[in-house]
Design a binder for this molecule. Structure first.
Ligand code: UTP
Length: 287
């Protein structure tokens, strides 16, 4: 069955970016000139997603405004004879953008469950917008959908990280490997140092069958006192096909200040208008 819907959990508190995120949603922080959530939506559009489901919370209204038509802005620019080309891709129609609330930030698993009625009884994608994934030949979700068409079931994006970093992530217990596909035998959320079953972490892209919603409904809080998506996904293993897809591209963890700064620098260096000047300035700055 085609993947038509993607869930974007955007209800987190973004405490690592305080005070910037006191009044501005983390997902609206810009990398060069576009907010993080725009990169996520572009990735979904490229993958053929038709319905974007945003799980929002208090103080996240700017996300809704971002994907609306900015009538005054567009009208004023038109009156001044100026282009609105920069707004391309920001106007989602009411038919393909849906907003639901997570009233308390009880964790990623709970946020996904809040979208259950809109997702309905069909497989769906999840994109965590604070993970900026830049695909080499195509976007991450498009790469995953290519594999979904071959094996179906549940898929998670997989990325190799140094062993000492595994305690920060959900990690795959790997089975047989076939090209970019790795059979998933188990999933562990934030394993203690030295106990991870592999170095393959989950960087926030998923294609899941709707049955995960029933599991999330009864899911208790796990690591960090939050309802963990990983715990419910782990219960699907053995019942349905479950694979990891090795991502071909770069990952920037924009939920952390270091990753966010790296993303801004890397993408600005590639910017046609300012990249060369920035690189030459950076060389001088580092000398
Ligand atoms: P994070 O784990 O990065 O949490 O969530 P956070 O609260 O946003 O940030 P910090 O750790 O306090 O700095 C990953 C994604 O899941 C969403 C977040 O908005 C983010 O996009 N999320 C997290 C929810 O929607 N609800 C939650 O309860 C938790």
């Amino acid at each position: 069955m085609t993947i038509r819907k993607a869930v974007f959990p955007v209800a987190g508190l973004g405490t690592r970016f305080l005070p910037a995120t006191k009044a501005v949603p983390k997902e609206m922080l810009p990398v060069v000139d576009r907010p993080l959530i725009q990169y996520a939506v572009d990735e979904a559009l490229e993958a053929g997603i038709e319905t974007m489901i945003f799980v929002t919370g208090r103080g996240k209204g700017a996300i809704e405004d971002h994907f609306d038509i900015a009538f005054e802005l567009e009208r004023t620019q038109a009156d001044r004879g100026k282009s609105v080309a920069a707004l391309e891709g920001t106007r989602l129609t009411p038919g393909n953008a849906v907003f639901v609330r997570q009233q308390e930030p009880r964790g990623l698993g709970h946020a996904i469950w809040c979208a259950r009625d809109i997702v309905g009884n069909e497989p769906f994608a999840i994109i965590l917008p604070d993970e900026l994934l830049v695909g080499r030949h195509k976007g991450c979700l498009a790469q995953m959908i290519d594999q979904y068409e071959k094996v179906g079931g549940n898929l998670v994006c997989a990325l190799e990280v140094p062993a000492e970093e595994t305690p920060s992530y959900g990690v795959i217990d790997p089975g047989a490997q076939d090209g970019v596909l790795t059979e998933v035998k188990g999933l562990v959320e934030k394993p203690a140092l030295g106990t991870a079953p592999s170095n393959l972490m989950l960087p926030g892209r998923y294609i899941l069958q709707p049955e995960v919603m029933d599991l999330l409904a009864t899911q208790e809080a796990g690591a960090g006192g939050e309802v963990q998506l990983t715990d419910s996904m782990a219960k699907l293993i053995g019942q349905q096909p479950f694979h990891g897809v090795t991502f071909d591209g770069e990952r920037f963890d924009c939920g952390s200040k270091l990753g966010f700064a790296q993303a801004n620098f890397a993408l600005a260096c590639r910017d046609a208008a300012m990249g060369d000047e920035l690189k030459s300035w950076a060389r001088g700055f580092l000398d």
